[in-house]
Write a protein that binds this ligand. Structure first.
Ligand code: CP
Ligand code: NVA
Length: 339
């Protein structure tokens, strides 16, 4: 529990829309500051503990949280729930009420998003979604941090999603809607984003000026600044030959990248199924920024933890001098001037 004034209004991060637009910009900006020099941050989470509970496999999320928290002087406890799902011995609520007595934040990768909601309702410490079947907010925040690092313009840049309208796509869309970016979602009609997400993102985009488009036409990649894809079958989902067959036409390959144009970067949250949603040639091309995305998971999650657990320290780092060089300064000032 923190006694200082909160920097982020929501205690938890279960979905990107939990955050106000300026809070997203703040986290991305803070991640840039922390990434630039870890030295001043090496004790910021001293005496703090973060629980990591995983019901699904992970490479990047687990390692980036474990190493990231260690770099900030904190401790993590890894709770493996892949064989014994959370809720099997204690109720989810009791689990949260126990963990909050030892830990300052709970990070969960769960089969069902409602498990995180139950945990957040019970625990008085922040709960962070490390992927559920419907959202992957830490991934999307890191992805936009990566885009900005590569010169993507907050209002003129164009991100195009190609493939399955899944959890990662939803979180990216919520981020684009929140910070006023242009994003096109290209999916086969049977893999389209759900209407509720589209409506909530469009509602937010009215305020931020984001341009969101939805189509099944691959010609929409022309002129894109970045093409993003993900696996055809997400963890916990049953593989359907029919779905893979439909998505085969949406593979990101050299031909598609050429159609997008020489400026287009290639993005993937990883792990990639080479030969399915993306070819080796694209994955290993100079357009690919996938490992920068993977690295930025750590810096963005660290920024999030610092903002949630030590808001005063975060606030003092977000000085006018640091903000002046931020690609997000226009969005930050626009939001800060909104009552
Ligand atoms: N992108 C991502 O979340 O990777 P992991 O599944 O390896 O954690
Ligand atoms: N959509 C994928 C993302 C993995 C990081 C999944 O949920 O399995």
């Amino acid at each position: 529990m923190t006694s200082s004034r909160a920097l982020i209004a929501s205690t938890d991060l279960l979905a990107v829309l939990d955050l106000a637009s300026h809070e997203i910009c703040t986290i991305i900006e803070l991640s840039r500051i922390i990434k630039r020099d870890y030295l001043p941050w090496r004790e910021v989470l001293s005496q703090r503990a973060v629980a990591l509970l995983f019901e699904k496999p992970s490479l990047r999320t687990r390692v980036s949280f474990e190493v990231g928290v260690a770099k900030l002087g904190g401790t993590v406890v890894y709770l493996d729930h892949q064989t014994n799902p959370i809720g099997a011995r204690d109720t989810v609520g009791d689990y949260g009420r126990n963990l909050e007595r030892y830990c300052d934040a709970l990070v969960g990768r769960v089969n069902q998003h409602q498990t995180l909601e139950a945990l957040a309702a019970a625990a008085r410490v922040p709960v962070i979604n490390a992927l559920s079947e419907s959202h992957h907010p830490c991934q999307a925040l890191a992805d936009f941090a990566t885009l900005f690092e590569h010169g993507f313009h907050p209002s003129r840049g164009h991100l195009v999603w190609v493939g399955d309208g899944n959890n990662v796509c939803r979180s990216l869309l919520e981020t684009a809607a929140s910070i006023g970016c242009r994003m096109t979602v290209v999916t086969p009609p049977s893999c389209a984003m759900d209407d509720a997400t589209i409506q909530s993102c469009l509602a937010r985009s009215c305020r931020t000026g984001a341009r969101l488009e939805f189509t099944s036409d691959l010609h929409a990649v022309a002129g894109a600044d970045a093409i993003y894809t993900d696996v055809w079958v997400s963890m916990g989902e049953k593989a359907h030959e029919e779905k893979s067959q439909v998505l085969r036409g949406y593979q990101v390959n050299t031909q598609l990248m050429k159609h997008a144009g020489a400026q287009a970067m290639f993005m993937h949250c990883l792990p990639a199924h080479r030969g399915d949603e993306v070819t080796d040639e694209v994955m290993d091309s100079s357009a690919s920024i996938v490992f920068d995305q993977a690295e930025n998971r750590m810096h963005v999650q660290n920024a999030l933890l610092v903002a949630l657990l030590t808001p005063d320290t975060a606030r003092s780092a977000l000085t006018a001098q640091n903000l002046a060089s931020s690609p997000l300064t226009p969005s930050l000032s626009r939001e800060h001037s909104t009552p």
